[in-house]
Design a protein around this ligand. Sequence first.
Ligand SMILES: NC(=O)C1=CN([C@@H]2O[C@H](COP(=O)(O)OP(=O)(O)OC[C@H]3O[C@@H](n4cnc5c(N)ncnc54)[C@H](O)[C@@H]3O)[C@@H](O)[C@H]2O)C=CC1
Ligand SMILES: N[C@@H](CC=O)C(=O)O
Ligand code: NA
Length: 439
Amino acid sequence: MIEYRNVRVALLGAGSVGSQVARLLLEQSDELAGRAGAGLELTGIAVRDLDAERDVDLPRDLFTTDAESLILGADIVVELIGGIEPARSYVLQALGSGADVVTGNKALLASHGPELFAAAEQVGAQVFYEAAVAGAIPIIRPLRESLAGDRIKRIMGIVNGTTNFILDRMDSLGESLEDALAQATALGYAEADPTADIEGYDAAQKATILASLAFHTTVPLMSVHREGITGVTHEQVVAARKAGYVVKLLAICESLVDDDGAPGVSARVHPALVPLGHPLAAVHGAKNAVFVEAEAAGDLMFYGAGAGGVETASAVLGDLVSAARRHVIGGPGLAESNHANLHVLPMGNVVTSYQITLDVADQPGVLATVASLLAQHEVSVETVEQTSGVISSDGGVATATLIIGTHRARESDLAATVAALTNATVVNSVTSVLRVEGA
Ligand SMILES: NC(=O)C1=CN([C@@H]2O[C@H](COP(=O)(O)OP(=O)(O)OC[C@H]3O[C@@H](n4cnc5c(N)ncnc54)[C@H](O)[C@@H]3O)[C@@H](O)[C@H]2O)C=CC1
Ligand SMILES: N[C@@H](CC=O)C(=O)O
Ligand code: NA
């Protein structure tokens, strides 16, 4: 029997993820010790309410409401309470005392990452955060270690399970956004305030983390363009499928060039049309997937459970084993790489293709007017489809629907085109503008 030295682990939070981490730590302690080369001694679990009902039966003598004292004696602190405060203060306290930190808190990392990483570097500690992006799916470690020798060109991810679940139900069952969200909440996928999911905040936090890692550049959360799914209509979802696409909420992080041709990066979150043949189109329900385009490795896809207590606990435990190994070996932790320090570019610099749906007057010359407006703004038409005209009930001018697919264009040119179309007398309304990704 091998005698291992013990590494002291303090757990903060015993919610969906924390309680599963505690259970697995206790149930699989021998196996985990073998892998880490150190015993993982759970010294306590900080909770808010000692008597709260929990899904998992855990030894009550481990519970404490005194998180600060628990952190004091720890080699590794696992933060699974979520939110900014007091999580930020606890993490800083842990790092200040030289402990490593394992966290799944994307909100904290996206808004205070540089502060936490600097605090870790100062004492040679490390922040591990595999659970923060795409739950159980290994994506943080592949980006920072396995792909450290490659150049990432683009990351396109379905990184929010709740919105993927909702869009999938709207597509396959014709369910409303509200009904599908209620289901996602009942199944435990949604954040405590689901606005974070449906308005794209959660995905934007994950995009910040992914872009910073992939491009060795600190990408601030406020530079991430964010649109949620509340504007996605049933009509758009149906029309998308008819046209050979599926609507997905994507987080896209890519390298771009600025107006002077200098390299930069951009990160954005928005609903997009994904061709049915693209691997991301086959990601259903609350599953996540991250599609990485690397210069040498080519295309890679990481797929699996992006949410769920026990699934996310797998990522936390993986980090815990790495942190424990580090304690056995000694030496400073792996610092965040931001040496590239690229310019973070605004949405106007993004280049992609679009599908624009217009309600127009069904009269001669409309198509020519619309095409000329697009051309004036440097947006080139790839496809046009016109549905049969409809005579308005008051006997007025007949209307028709025009669906225009564009070639790749700059976002700033597209925005100017849409403004011009909105003001054109032959256009009754611009009913939908969706970006097309992965075509
Ligand atoms: N649930 C999931 O599927 C995923 C969660 N995450 C992240 O993991 C973290 C934890 O998530 P969940 O377990 O789902 O949240 P949860 O809401 O189920 O659990 C958080 C727990 O922390 C407790 N807590 C709050 N403030 C506290 C304090 N000051 N001291 C002690 N305990 C406190 C709460 O009472 C609750 O039991 C969050 O940062 C979340 O974003 C990441 C990936 C997936
Ligand atoms: N609410 C999130 C949970 C995991 O990060 C999601 O739906 O993906
Ligand atoms: Na992950």
